[in-house]
Design a protein around this ligand. Structure first.
Ligand SMILES: C[S@@+](CC[C@H](N)C(=O)[O-])C[C@H]1O[C@@H](n2cnc3c(N)ncnc32)[C@H](O)[C@@H]1O
Length: 195
């Protein structure tokens, strides 16, 4: 990972190209995992908003050959060896049912979903929270041990965090090094599901 402190986006873009990652966002998940220890060998992972596949690549490395990754996106995604790709909209309840039926129990749900930006921040922020709520509900139904989601900070953020606290004992908010300096995105990291 590039040196100390928050770097310009270009250094992560260059590094991603050099190290064979499909997106600079891979370094956000590497940083989150370094600080929060999400993955273990053999885990099953659901990756929501997975295209082009940077997080999927990191998850596959972390869980090893005995693990499984299901990568979900509304967009078409080029195949990644070792991952099962599901294309659809997580706001669609039939598609969510398909996800649940396909994956079975999952150890970790990771979501880097971003809404299509409208340019109106409060609209985009509300959409980001709605997508994160869907991801949270899927992780609860799947009885995931840990859950990570990107959320835009704003009005509904603290209510969303309280909702995550209903289901998980440990909830932290991180801003990974590879996030752009000007970004309002943060990552909610929830561990130790309450039974
Ligand atoms: C920032 S990108 C994810 C980058 C990815 N984590 C990576 O490392 O390559 C956000 C993704 O969320 C997806 N997305 C947005 N809304 C969605 C929805 N309703 N259902 C499924 N995917 C969605 C977008 O298509 C986009 O690919």
């Amino acid at each position: 990972m590039p040196g100390q402190g928050r770097q310009g986006p270009d250094s992560f873009q260059r590094l991603a190209r050099r190290e064979g990652y499909r997106a600079r966002s891979s370094y956000k998940l590497l940083d989150i995992d370094k600080r929060s220890k999400l993955f273990k060998k053999g885990f099953t992972v659901l990756d929501l908003g997975a295209a082009p596949g940077g997080w999927t690549q990191v998850a596959l490395e972390k869980i090893g050959e005995s693990g499984k990754v299901f990568a979900v996106d509304i967009l078409r995604m080029a195949p990644i060896e070792g991952a099962t790709i599901l294309q659809g909209d997580i706001l669609n309840s039939d598609f969510r049912k398909t996800i649940l039926e396909t994956t079975g129990p999952v150890d970790v749900v990771i979501s880097d979903i971003s809404p299509n930006l409208s340019g109106n921040y409060s609209v985009d922020q509300a959409r980001s929270v709605e997508l994160s709520q869907m991801a949270l509900h899927l992780s609860v139904e799947m009885k995931a041990k840990s859950f990570v989601t990107k959320v835009f900070q704003g009005e509904d953020f603290s209510d969303f965090k309280k909702e995550v606290n209903i289901y998980f004992k440990s909830v932290r908010v991180l801003s990974p090094l590879a996030s752009r300096k000007t970004s309002s995105e943060v990552y909610v990291i929830a561990k130790n599901r309450k039974s």
